[in-house]
Ligand binder design. Structure first.
Ligand code: ADP
Ligand code: ASP
Ligand code: MG
Length: 405
């Protein structure tokens, strides 16, 4: 008997028929002799609708109240799912994140899980029930309701799977697995059978939104395999597993695209020790996550520092930079929110020269200008104009031989 955590995303529980179909699948999984814990997202685009409501009602939206509001979406799905299971004879009980023992820090709207006390979930399993847990939410050490950031139900599922020592964490979504590129951007993208945790971390952190980054980190740290698959066809999908020596390392496994970031440039910065430290310390103190960083030294001992931040944090980051600009006597601070990023990910890249050259040549052939570059041993990212990103992904997908495999 295996213990399986099954997470169903918004589209998977988008309406009443879908909820019934999911309930049938849970019943099938149980009938095959498994224990099942279900994690649900809000129905369809319900979270977006709640955000719009908040915008309509007020221009000030305290993060604590936003969390109270948004967690309502998952509460609706969890109770309906439990009722749908009951209707087909599967005994179940629903739990909010707080009831499921998901304890977070106090950062509203992007809380981090500190601890999981899944006693009630274990008790429910021992009583032969299917626990249905509201994704995306927890309770803080100050006893306030928190959310884990957009897409956070993936984290709930991976964290519960880790705490319960589940055999697998299944992520059901509207595509058949992890693809060689976002299938909505590249129609010729193909499904990957297996992806290593290392590659998946790079895919998730550079725009492949099929899994939230922190869920992959949890699963890797606790050695829980993940299985990303379709709740429409129920066919086997993509396994995210620890790398093993028999796994073939593709030079490029996947190409991601991301237009969620903006670029900030602090120009004419005195080129002396401590200046970059001051700037990035101030940003860190305000909890602003910085992604790619590039520094060019120009004439007269002045440098330009450019970096990217999430568009949602641009305003806060600009305020910090403008303050620091005065302290460090930099010439100017500017921002650009029309950038995008394309990234090649592949574990075989580390031992294959020429990947970077082919990437740059492919972009050059289409006259696409590269504005920033960053690499890890298994990733190369380029920042481009946002309106060039989709073309760039398609061209690179063809150039690296990934089309329709
Ligand atoms: P859910 O609501 O089920 O959590 P998401 O919208 O968060 O679903 O994630 C699924 C979507 O991720 C797909 O519809 C697809 O467009 C997008 N996506 C982006 N990159 C990839 C990729 N490499 N493979 C599969 N899907 C991807
Ligand atoms: N409903 C939340 C969101 O839309 C969480 C999730 O779906 O994972 O971000
Ligand atoms: Mg998601």
């Amino acid at each position: 008997m295996a213990l399986i955590v099954q997470k169903y995303g918004g589209t998977s529980v988008g309406d009443v028929d879908r909820i019934r179909e999911v309930a049938n699948h849970v019943a099938r999984t149980r009938a095959a002799g498994n224990e099942v814990v279900v994690v649900v997202s809000a129905m369809g685009k319900f979270t977006d609708d709640l955000i719009l409501l908040a915008h309509d009602v007020s221009s000030t939206r305290p993060a604590r109240e936003m969390d109270m509001l948004l967690t309502a979406g998952e509460r609706i799905s969890m109770s309906l799912m439990s009722m749908a299971l009951g209707a087909i004879g599967v005994k179940s009980s629903s739990f909010t994140g707080s009831q499921a023992g998901i304890i977070t820090d106090t950062s509203h709207e992007r809380a981090k899980i500190l601890e999981i006390r899944p006693d009630r979930i274990r008790e429910a399993l021992d009583e032969g029930l299917v626990p249905v847990v509201a994704g995306f939410q927890g309770v803080s050490t100050e006893r306030d309701i928190t959310t884990l950031g957009r897409g956070g139900s993936d984290v709930t599922a991976a964290a519960l799977a880790a705490a319960l020592k589940a055999d697998v964490c299944e992520i059901y979504t509207d595509v058949a697995g992890v693809f060689s590129a976002d299938p909505r951007v590249v129609t010729k993208a193909h499904r990957l059978d297996k992806v290593s945790f290392d590659e998946m971390l790079e895919i998730a952190s550079t725009g492949g939104r099929v899994l939230m980054l922190r869920s992959v980190e949890f699963a890797r740290r606790h050695h829980v395999p993940m299985h990303v698959r379709s709740s429409f066809t129920w066919e086997p999908g993509t396994w995210i597993v620890e790398e093993d020596p028999t796994m073939e390392e593709a030079i490029v496994s996947a190409i991601t695209d991301d237009t969620s970031e903006a670029k900030i440039t602090v120009a004419g910065v005195p080129d002396r020790p401590g200046v970059a430290a001051t700037l990035f310390r101030e940003l860190a103190n305000d909890d602003i996550n910085v992604d790619m960083i590039v520094q060019n030294t120009s004439a007269y001992n002045l440098a330009d520092i450019s970096f990217t931040v999430a568009k949602t944090e641009l305003k806060a980051a600009m305020a910090v930079c403008e303050k620091v600009q005065k302290e460090i006597h930099a010439a100017s601070v500017t921002s650009d929110d029309s950038i995008g990023r394309v990234t090649l990910v592949g574990a075989g890249m580390k031992s294959s020269p020429g990947v970077t050259a082919l990437m740059f040549e492919t972009l050059y052939k289409d006259n696409i200008n590269i504005e920033m570059i960053s690499t890890s041993s298994i990733r190369i990212s380029c920042v481009l104009r946002a309106d060039k990103v989709a073309d760039a992904v398609r061209l690179l997908h063809t150039a690296f031989g990934l089309d329709g495999e």
